[in-house]
Design a protein around this ligand. Structure first.
Ligand code: PMP
Length: 380
């Protein structure tokens, strides 16, 4: 059938003129797994349950549902991505709210000058907006950590694996007195080899990228210091008086299904979420690299294969985003170029670098990804 005759798969039109939006990192690619899992991931909450504001009044994070905390700890143990012992868990409305909460907790309400918020470029495009949105007197965005030449009054946001380029990151301002927040949204086995459990002071995670449930709006922080954890919980109390219990119950169930898939031997084979995610991403990255090679106009970061303690074998890195660099001198702005192909991407400028870069989501539905590959493969 000619491409022009549009077909509707998953409600998406496939004709040459359809606009493919790969700007956002909307993780819909995991939907087929959850369809396959079916009712075992379904949650029913009777009308009389989960009505109180409180989940556990004895916990410093009094709005944290214990079953969510248990399942999050359990999954960290299975994945081997983070130390959970002696940590406070703070749940948030996505990890976005937790970034705000961490900045609030690490900045001082007494300071005369706002603390500088920095991150090494290319940095996640939301960091600057989050730091400056409320025009807080406590903190403000100060740009690229690599070129920041202020004093020790800083908070460095360290995203690893990094959004947008998939690099494994360490704090740029490693040995100084500044404070750090480790955003580990993509530190899961489908994206990157698991090396050893990370052990940072503040580590942020989110179901959005761990399981694909961005709409559930649940993130969590593992926090070493009780005072910092208390301030983060206070921020969330003042901001949203806690976090939806319904969402936490759903998130707990989702995490449980993944954990059960690895820990309960009597479950049927094929229910292994991280295996599914890695298989799908591996296939997409292989197709993308092939298409890029044929076109010769762009380049992609290369990643060494490393031993993965989760899969117990050497594993490749398959980031949730493709960080494309333009190698064609006739193209000045890669985002504009992709717009002419009806593909929406995010401009390198938003990540603190130049317009020769774009970030492309690798996490969209198959149908959109297929169109993306088709369009770049057909470039002269
Ligand atoms: N950190 C990073 C690096 C992200 O990519 C995202 C989502 N794009 C977030 C935090 C926020 O995720 P959410 O609020 O959906 O948990």
């Amino acid at each position: 059938m000619e491409e022009k005759a549009s077909t509707a798969i998953a409600g998406i039109s496939h004709d040459r003129d359809s606009i493919i939006n790969l700007d956002h990192g909307d993780p819909t690619m995991f939907e087929p797994f959850w369809k396959e899992v079916g009712d075992s991931a379904t949650v029913v909450i009777p009308g009389w349950q989960k009505m109180s504001y409180f989940s556990d009044p004895r916990n410093l994070c009094w709005f944290l549902e214990p079953e969510f905390a248990n399942e999050a700890q359990r999954l960290h143990q299975i994945a081997g991505n983070a130390v959970t012992d002696d940590r406070h868990i703070i749940v948030g409305v996505g990890s976005t709210q937790l970034i705000h909460a961490a900045l609030f907790a690490l900045a001082s309400t007494e300071a005369r000058q706002p603390v500088n918020v920095i991150s090494a470029a290319p940095y996640y495009s939301m960091y600057s907006g989050i730091a400056d949105f409320m025009k807080s007197g406590m903190f403000h965005w100060a740009g690229d950590a690599a070129t920041f030449n202020g004093d020790d009054n800083f908070i460095e946001l360290v995203c690893s694996p990094n959004n947008p380029d998939g690099e494994i990151r360490h704090a740029v301002r490693g040995n100084e007195a500044g404070k750090r927040v480790h955003d580990m949204a993509y530190c899961w086995p489908q994206y990157t080899p698991m090396r050893h459990p990370a052990d940072h002071d503040i580590m942020l995670f989110t179901v959005s990228k761990a399981t694909g449930h961005a709409g559930t709006r649940i993130g969590w922080a593992l926090v070493k210091d009780a005072e910092v954890a208390r301030k983060m919980a206070k921020f969330i109390e003042m901001n949203t008086i806690g976090v939806s219990k319904d969402s936490q119950v759903r998130a707990a169930k989702i995490l449980k299904v993944i954990a059960d898939g690895y820990e309960l031997p009597d479950l049927e084979a094929g229910i292994k979420f991280f295996h599914f995610g890695r298989w799908l991403l591996a296939n997409r990255w292989q197709r993308l690299r092939q298409a890029i090679k044929v076109s010769g106009r762009f380049s992609l970061p290369q990643f060494p294969s490393e031993f993965c303690e989760f899969f117990k074998e050497h594993a490749e890195t398959y980031p949730g985003f493709a960080w494309l660099r333009c190698e064609d001198q006739t193209i000045e702005d890669l985002e504009v170029f992709f717009k002419t192909l009806n593909i929406l991407t995010r401009n390198g400028r938003q990540f603190g670098v130049g317009p020769e870069y774009v970030r492309v989501s690798m996490l969209d539905r198959d149908a959109n990804f297929d169109v993306f590959i088709k369009r770049i493969s057909s470039l002269e």
